[in-house]
Design a protein around this ligand. Structure first.
Ligand code: 5AD
Ligand code: SF4
Length: 357
């Protein structure tokens, strides 16, 4: 395909054409080109970030999410600091050097202070040897600064979709789920000095290939450092479940998710692109396939198993799979030459943060 020529800046039409690829051979060409580019620009290493799902308490009500505030069938939990520190200690002993702390969104002072204290404790315990990514939703610029000062390096906040109408259709219209606030938050994060990650869901009801192309262009223009995007998976205890008849079939959602990863790699050669857990819901090899399509980050869930059932943002999320088992399995399914590297902090070659932070 002409669109796959090296070092060519893809325009919107070309992106749409690549995302529309249908033939097996055509898709294989795109994936292998993305994989080549990944090798040249990020190396052979797959970097790892251990994911801790700190709490499922959330003030928001996103229409697609299983842990939304109004899903009263969810048992709410918060993992106490001491238990988090045990998880971090074990992760450190196993060689992890990078963690993601994810939680439902809370903006109360108790939560803000809690995260601040927890970050400091982790930094002290690990001798500042752990890179920490936060994923705790939209916060004020001051909160972002405080958490950065306490030891968070990166922040993940998905835009979910850059189609404003679609964004409105998947969120309640209550004034606290606004597209502009999400954009503002992403800008605030940059200003607070984080390496910023974002992402979208793929295969939302009513979403088009044109929307997905615009998402990729947004990510490129926003000069993002890392991206986590994956398929939308329906959850029966959410309002968006009513729209399930309008969804692309699972196979198409998987295929378009892999194409999104590949085309993003063609557009942004040296960023970090995660292989999202949701891919495994659509195919047992979903996450492994992402590494053949240009992804370079694996995020094993290291949350204690007894909490995992309560963090079901979508149905079918693997809750029993142990991180070591996942790493062993994925290692045997990687492209030739690739290897998982726990010791690498995984700062993308794009980032310019000094190594000591
Ligand atoms: N399917 C796929 N991803 C989802 N998320 C939330 N609900 C779903 C779902 N039903 C993703 C959103 C959110 C992240 C925490 O999880 O992109 O930002
Ligand atoms: Fe809360 Fe995030 Fe789920 Fe929205 S997607 S309800 S902010 S956990």
């Amino acid at each position: 395909m002409d669109d796959l020529m090296p070092d060519q800046d893809l325009n919107r039409d070309q992106i749409i054409r690549l995302l529309s690829a249908d033939g097996v051979h055509e898709k294989e060409q795109i994936f292998s080109r993305a994989c080549e580019i990944k090798k040249v620009h990020t190396g052979e290493k797959i970097v790892v970030r251990g994911l801790i799902e700190l709490s499922n308490i959330c003030r928001k009500n996103c229409l697609y999410c299983g842990v939304r505030k109004e899903n009263h069938s969810v048992h709410r939990y918060e993992i106490p600091d001491a238990e988090v520190l045990e998880v971090v200690k074990k992760a450190m002993e196993e060689g992890y050097t990078s963690l993601v702390i994810q939680s439902g969104e809370r903006t109360d002072q108790v939560f803000i202070h809690r995260i601040e204290r927890l970050l400091r404790k982790i930094q002290v315990m690990t001798g500042h040897g752990m890179r920490i990514t936060l994923s705790c939703g939209e916060q004020s610029p001051e909160t972002y600064r405080r958490w950065a000062d306490s030891g968070a390096h990166r922040y993940l906040l998905r835009i979910e979709t850059t189609n404003r109408d679609l964004f409105r259709s998947i969120h309640p219209r209550d004034g606290s789920h606004l597209y502009d606030s999400r954009i503002r938050a992403l800008q605030d994060l940059k200003e607070a000095g984080y390496l910023v990650g974002t992402g979208v869901m793929i295969g939302l009801p009513g979403q088009t290939i044109e929307d997905l192309a615009n998402d990729l262009l947004f990510i490129k223009d926003f000069s993002i450092d890392m991206v986590g995007m994956g398929p939308y998976i329906e959850h029966e205890k959410t309002p968006l479940f009513a729209e399930r008849d309008r969804l692309w079939p699972a196979e198409k959602r998987l295929e378009k998710s892999l194409l999104m990863i590949a085309v993003l790699r063609l557009l942004m050669k040296n960023i970090n692109i995660a292989s999202s857990t949701a891919l495994d819901v659509l195919s047992p090899k979903g996450r492994a396939m992402a590494f053949h399509a240009g992804a370079n980050v694996l995020m094993p869930n290291i949350t204690p198993v007894r909490y995992r059932e309560d963090y079901l943002i979508y149905q079918g999320k693997p809750v029993l799979l142990e991180a070591t088992e996942l790493i062993t399995r994925i290692s045997s399914e990687l492209p030739d030459g690739s290897r998982i590297d726990l010791a690498d902090w995984g700062d993308s070659r794009r980032s310019s943060m000094p190594a000591f932070c």
